[in-house]
Design a protein around this ligand. Structure first.
Ligand code: 9Z3
Length: 309
């Protein structure tokens, strides 16, 4: 009998556009070989559909802030980035202009009975700053974005990206910020059509096997791998993070509490734990904790390259 995760993959429906994504990945990673390194950033939450023709699904919380902000800072540090994100969650650069915020930056002008649109001058510097970085990432072809929605799509893509990045060996960073469902409905138990509300539904969820295991030991055994641990109970946080590091033997776990994730994280390494945090003042000024997380990781990655080369 194969391992738990192999059987799991064998039964997972393969996403329709996977082959297309693999082609994009191969092209991108060929070009990225002259970058400082390459990072896979995963971002956003996965869904677990309850029906094939999906009306209802179970979701995991994540707005995509951690992932999209981190991707920008990795790009700034000279890395190529594969940004693998949940469709319709935040993306690098465009995240600065989402929703009404964007409309509020514009003004309407009327001349000769015609409307035209202009940017309000007070936003111009801020927008230019983001735009310069965005255009540069595009020009240098350093950013590839690929999307998932369901946990099955996420898992297929995750393996494909890891396979495409394996040749970078220690120069690859895997940064797993996405919030991935621990449970799923096995394909053979899933209802084809919308579940009827004639009685209480009987939905049983099964455990998703721990994919970090094959990722670390088989798919990208040389890469620098960072996972996130999310908890809502402070008493569990560090223990769960350290258990994860001990179980999978990767490089680092970043522990965060749902309630305070934008202000404080704990870096859990084999040797020690240490905090990265923003003061209330820094937070009010609009500073982003990801800047400090990525600075720290880039240092650690350089050390990792030195020690092992
Ligand atoms: C995280 O812990 C992320 O930092 C957040 C970011 C999802 C909290 P936002 O997108 O939130 O900025 O709104 N991600 C990992 C969550 C997760 O599911 N981790 C698993 C676990 O804790 C391990 S892979 O068991």
């Amino acid at each position: 009998m194969g391992s738990n995760w192999e059987e799991f993959y064998a039964n997972l429906p393969k996403p329709k556009d996977l082959d297309h994504s693999i082609k994009l990945l191969e092209k991108f990673s060929e070009r990225a070989h002259n970058a400082k390194g390459i990072v896979l950033v995963t971002s956003g939450g996965t869904t677990v559909p309850l029906e094939y023709n999906t009306v209802r699904f179970v979701d995991n919380f994540s707005a995509g802030t951690r992932g999209s902000v981190s991707a920008e800072y990795f790009l700034e540090q000279g890395y190529a980035v594969v940004f693998m994100y949940r469709l319709k969650t935040l993306e690098p650069y465009s995240r600065h202009f989402t929703g009404q915020k964007f409309l509020d930056m514009l003004e309407l002008k009327e001349a000769d009975g015609k409307n035209s649109v202009a940017m309000l001058p007070e936003y111009s510097d801020r927008i230019a700053e983001v735009l310069v970085k965005y255009k540069q990432a595009l020009k240098q072809e350093k950013l590839l974005q690929i999307t998932f929605t369901t946990v099955a799509e996420y898992l297929w893509l995750l393996r494909a990206v890891c396979q495409a990045l394996a040749s970078f060996e220690r120069r690859a960073i895997i940064y797993l910020a996405a919030a991935v469902s621990d449970f799923y409905v096995p394909p053979h138990e899933m209802s084809v059509h919308k579940i009827q509300s004639s009685g209480p539904p009987n939905i049983s969820l099964q455990l998703v096997p721990k994919i970090l295991k094959p990722l670390v030991s088989l798919w990208v055994p040389k890469a620098f791998v960072i996972s996130f641990k999310l908890e809502t109970d402070e008493n569990l946080l560090i223990k769960k993070a350290r258990d994860s590091l001990n179980n999978y033997n990767h490089n680092l776990v970043i522990a965060n509490m749902l309630q305070t994730r934008k202000q404080r994280v704990v870096m859990v390494t084999k040797e020690k734990n240490y905090e990265i945090f923003l003061t209330d003042e820094q937070l009010e000024k609009g500073e982003e904790i990801e800047k400090y997380i990525i600075d720290d990781l880039v240092d650690r990655h350089s050390q990792f390259l030195k020690i092992q080369s």
